[in-house]
Design a protein around this ligand. Structure first.
Ligand SMILES: [Zn+2]
Length: 97
């Protein structure tokens, strides 16, 4: 384990699996309420980190481009306790009318 920790020290964390759809929805609602306080549905507050802001459209190969948190964007969230990651559509589309 220590050997792996050392190799990961300057790389992004490696997710252990996805969140469920229901958990992703909880994360999305919490993020929209307060982006700085997003609790993990399983592990509670203080574990979720926003890894990056990415384009809402992920290309067919699964690669996401990093973008600015303006307009429509997605946030890549990562839980440091259950080691899961999810991308949520965080930017609210501008709707008029
Ligand atoms: Zn968690």
């Amino acid at each position: 384990m220590n050997r792996i920790d050392r190799e990961l020290s300057d790389a992004l964390p490696q997710p252990k699996g996805p969140f469920t759809d229901a958990e992703a929805l909880e994360l999305l609602m919490a993020y929209r309420k307060d982006p700085s306080n997003v609790p993990c549905p399983m592990c509670g507050p203080g574990n979720i980190e926003v890894l990056a802001f990415i384009e809402p459209q992920i290309d067919p190969n699964g690669f996401a481009s990093v973008t600015d948190p303006e307009g429509e964007y997605a946030a890549a969230l990562y839980c440091h306790k259950c080691f899961r990651a999810v991308g949520i559509l965080a930017g609210v589309g501008r709707e008029e009318g």
